[in-house]
Design a protein. Structure first.
Length: 104
């Protein structure tokens, strides 16, 4: 169970992460790039190398790289989409004080 200050710190950290749109997009694109690199290594090992232990090790390395890239891309996507929704739900919205309007 989180105490009040830890919950407040977590809330502020999530809001700050949601506000970094450019950084979140960069994380997403880096994750996609890492995933594609792992996928290409996996395809090369599967279709261009002869059957051997080295082929299987290279395929395993490609798979691990692809999984890491998918995790990074998922983190970037969550920050771009879900955290933005949470940001709007978590922040207190107060109506603007319109002093220019006359009440008759």
């Amino acid at each position: 169970m989180l105490n009040r200050s830890a919950r407040q710190r977590l809330r502020l950290r999530l809001i700050r992460r949601a506000d970094n749109v450019k950084q979140n997009l960069t994380i997403l694109l880096i994750g996609i790039g890492i995933f594609m690199l792992g996928f290409v290594i996996l395809v090369v090992a599967q279709f261009l190398l002869q059957e051997s232990l080295a082929r299987e090790i290279i395929a395993l390395i490609g798979l691990i790289i692809a999984i890491c890239g998918a995790i990074v891309a998922a983190f970037g996507y969550i920050c771009l989409s879900i955290l933005r929704i949470f940001r709007f739900l978590l922040t207190d919205i107060t109506p603007a004080n319109n002093s220019d309007q006359r009440h008759d």
